[in-house]
Design a protein around this ligand. Structure first.
Ligand code: V07
Length: 257
């Protein structure tokens, strides 16, 4: 069968056996991925960086479909960080077109798969056409009950927390808050207020940093790092990450807290 990937055929059925087996244990409800290594993937092939981003975008489709198939509830993908504005003008303008391209190409099948699209991040400096495409996709998919596909787009964690603090101060000045600020209240002001914290973070391409990604939300998360570059990151490797997660939770006799 080759339902999921064109890169690899699973005629031996071994992937599906592993899928069945991870489904019998507790799955990570929320998986977050730092999709790194697209530029390097292109460089290795003597291609322009944008070719790596395009290939990376194709892989978003593959991994989304597979995460949904596994029964993951939320997939958060770090698509564009506030730091990415420092890249060349050409690269930034190409990246800004990717949400539109992705949604033009894949929104119909995301609808078919009952996927709900959402984003976290700031709208400032993002072109109107990009924002419109994202808003339209969120609107169209808002009643879907399958996988939540959450793109961190123009997102930075420190900025998110400062935005929350400033909004809390503003609300307090208006007399809307009289209790001490606790974790629960703070979380209501984060962009992830509708989501549980990630259970598993994956970062591709061998980098061992958080790069300002969900610093608050990752406090108790299991980390899985792989040398695979994002365009090469396969369903097989995703399963290995989930299996590793499950082996760790078994060892610790269940989840923390
Ligand atoms: C981007 C592809 C994946 C690898 C990382 C860099 C390049 C999908 C989106 C996207 C974002 C929002 C949305 C729908 C799709 C995207 C950027 C880059 C900036 F609502 N892939 N992808 N956005 N890459």
């Amino acid at each position: 069968m080759l339902w999921f990937s064109k890169k690899k055929q699973f005629s031996d059925g071994s992937i599906e056996e592993r899928v069945d087996s991870v489904k019998q244990r507790e799955l990570p409800s929320h998986v977050a991925i730092i999709m790194d290594g697209n530029g390097r993937w292109a460089k290795e092939r003597l291609l322009p960086r944008i070719a790596g981003h395009k290939e990376g975008m194709e892989n978003v489709r593959t991994i989304t479909r597979f995460a949904n198939h596994l029964g993951i509830d939320v997939l958060t993908l770090y698509a564009f960080s506030t730091e990415n504005w420092k890249r060349s003008k050409e690269e930034v303008s190409y990246l800004m077109k990717l949400p539109e391209e992705f949604l033009d190409k894949f929104l119909p099948e995301l609808m078919e798969q009952n996927v709900k699209v959402m984003t976290i991040g700031e709208v400032t400096s993002v072109p109107d056409s990009t924002l419109n495409a994202i808003r339209e996709a969120s609107e169209k998919t808002k009643e879907n009950t399958g996988l939540v596909l959450n793109f961190a787009f123009n997102y930075g964690s420190r900025a998110e927390m400062l935005l929350a603090v400033n909004q809390i101060v503003a609300d307090a000045k208006e007399g809307l808050i009289d209790e001490p600020i606790d974790e629960q209240l703070f979380e209501r002001y984060l962009m992830t207020s509708d989501l549980a914290d990630p259970d598993l973070l994956i970062r591709t391409s061998g980098e061992l940093r958080l790069s300002n990604f969900m610093l608050w939300q990752l406090a108790y998360t299991e980390f899985y790092f792989t040398d695979m570059l994002w365009p090469d990151f396969t369903e097989d490797e995703f399963l290995t990450a989930v299996e590793t997660f499950q082996a760790r939770s078994r060892r610790f006799g269940g989840r923390e807290e």
